[in-house]
Each structure stands twice: as structure tokens, then as C-alpha cells.
Design a protein around this ligand. Structure first.
Ligand SMILES: [Zn+2]
Length: 269
């Protein structure tokens, strides 16, 4: 079995009003037989027409709209062929995670059933603003993950790949069918926890903490706040396992991103 190389990409740097810079942490997994992406950040069409992201997201999160940050651009810059992206695994379908889908229209797109349904229905004000239909208007080849067919460290999980193992681990709360994605490496697991939490301090075992504006934002955008907190508690339990065995990180925390990349946080030049 060939072990995957994993690249950490920031596919939508953001500078929220009154807050610290955020990243959109995506993974490029080089599996030996092809490429797999975990989340896509913003895409070329979002940059060409930022209005489709909605005024609320643009004004509060203030994303850097530059083609050089798109996954497709970064994949090319790393020397890979974007046509080799066979699978895209999404933690959820929020606009800052699904924007790059149209840059890889040939890829299979893996998403949990509940998330797919919520995004197609767009019921209510919150879902109508978080899900941008235009981002999947090209008609992706959806791979809808319904039942959990595997166990991953006590979590029900749905398998995407075997050898290297890639699994979707449902962690609903932030959005209806939100999940984490576990990627096997030779010596450890990476667990991309998506938007299960925004701030690394929330995972601190001794003194969990979160800046108030960040906590408030998470509450406002949660599909189910209580459920999110329950899942966060489960994640924190997992954190007791040596990070050399399971390395957990989230989508938007710039500190975690900088820890996992050699490059400093900021635009790729
Ligand atoms: Zn997000």
C-alpha cells in the first residue's frame, strides 16, 4: 500500500470584522491512484462573482477574493493535475467549503445524507444563506453517505476509501449533516473536524475556552447548538489520545493551520 502525502491548503483566507484572521483549511490527499480533496474553500466562480456569496458573508467574514487561493490553482502550483482529483469529501456544504466544487466537475462529491437534504431544501433563513445553490449548479456526481458502515475510534463512520483509509465521521450540530473526515497516515490519523469548533482553545482539555465573539458566531450559525456542544465533548474525549496518534484540527483556526504547514499563514506566493 502506498501511503498518502497530505498537503494542507488555505482555500479562503478571511478577515472577519473585529476578529482574528481565519483560514479555510482544506486537505489535498495524494493517494497513489489519484487525488482526494477534503473541502474546497471558495472557487473561481465565487471570485468572478462574489455577489453570489451574499452580502452577510462578504461583509462579516471578509474573504480574500484571489484566484491564487483556490484549490485548483494551488493543486497546479504544487505540480499536480487537477484532473486527477477523483474524490472530494465535504465536511458540509456551507458556502466557504463547497465553493470550489465547480472547479472539479469530474470528481465524485461525498456528502452525508442529512447535509445533502438540508442543502437541497434550504429551509429557513439560516439554510437559505449558508447554502449557495450556484456552487453545485454544474451537477456534481454526488456520493450520498447514508448509513455508517464502520467504526472509527468509537465513532460511527462511513468509509470513502480503503488503503489509505478515509472515513466520514458524522458530527452534526454546526449544520444538519456536518461530519469530520479521518485520513490515515503511516504513523497517525488526521482528523479534519470541519466546523465542529472554530478556536483551538475549545479543545483544551484543562481549560476549554473560546473568545466571546467567536462563541457567539458559532451559536448563531449552528443548526443545533446543543447537538454541537455534545459532539464537541465527544471530540474533546478523543483529544485525550496522543496527538501523535490522532491529530485533530478544524477548518478555520489559523493557529492549527500554521502548526500543520511549513509555510506561514497568509497568501501563497
Ligand atoms: Zn466554515
Amino acid at each position: 500500500m502506498s501511503w498518502p502525502t497530505v498537503h494542507h491548503l488555505d482555500c479562503a483566507p478571511m478577515h472577519p470584522v473585529g476578529g482574528s484572521p481565519l483560514v479555510a483549511h482544506c486537505l489535498l490527499v495524494v493517494t497513489g491512484s489519484g487525488l482526494l480533496l477534503v473541502d474546497t474553500g471558495l472557487g473561481a466562480a465565487d471570485i468572478a462573482d462574489p455577489r453570489r456569496l451574499g452580502p452577510l458573508f462578504r461583509r462579516t467574514m471578509r474573504p480574500t477574493l484571489d484566484l491564487s487561493h483556490t484549490a485548483v490553482h494551488q493543486i497546479r502550483a504544487l505540480g499536480y493535475d487537477p484532473y486527477d482529483v477523483q474524490d472530494i469529501v465535504l465536511t458540509h456544504l456551507d458556502l466557504d467549503h463547497a465553493g470550489g466544487l465547480a472547479d472539479f466537475p469530474w470528481a465524485r462529491v461525498h456528502v452525508m445524507t442529512d447535509e445533502y437534504r438540508a442543502a437541497m431544501r434550504r429551509d429557513g433563513r439560516l439554510d437559505a444563506s449558508r447554502y449557495v445553490t450556484a456552487q453545485w449548479a454544474h451537477g456534481p456526481q454526488w456520493m450520498i453517505h447514508d448509513t455508517a458502515d464502520s467504526d472509527w475510534h468509537g465513532f460511527a463512520a462511513s468509509r470513502v476509501l480503503r488503503a489509505p483509509d478515509v472515513l466520514m465521521v458524522p458530527l452534526p450540530g454546526h449544520s444538519r449533516g456536518h461530519c469530520a473526515v479521518a485520513v490515515q497516515q503511516p504513523d497517525r490519523w488526521l482528523l479534519h473536524a470541519g466546523d465542529a469548533y472554530f478556536f483551538h482553545g475549545e479543545m483544551d482539555l484543562r481549560r476549554p475556552r473560546c473568545p466571546r465573539p467567536v462563541a457567539l458566531h458559532q451559536r448563531l450559525v449552528a443548526d443545533h447548538h446543543g447537538q454541537r456542544m455534545t459532539q464537541l465533548e465527544r471530540l474533546r474525549e478523543l483529544r485525550r489520545i496522543d496527538p501523535r496518534v490522532i491529530r485533530i484540527f478544524s477548518s478555520h483556526d489559523a493557529y492549527e493551520f500554521s502548526q500543520l504547514t511549513a509555510q506561514t499563514v497568509g497568501p501563497l506566493r
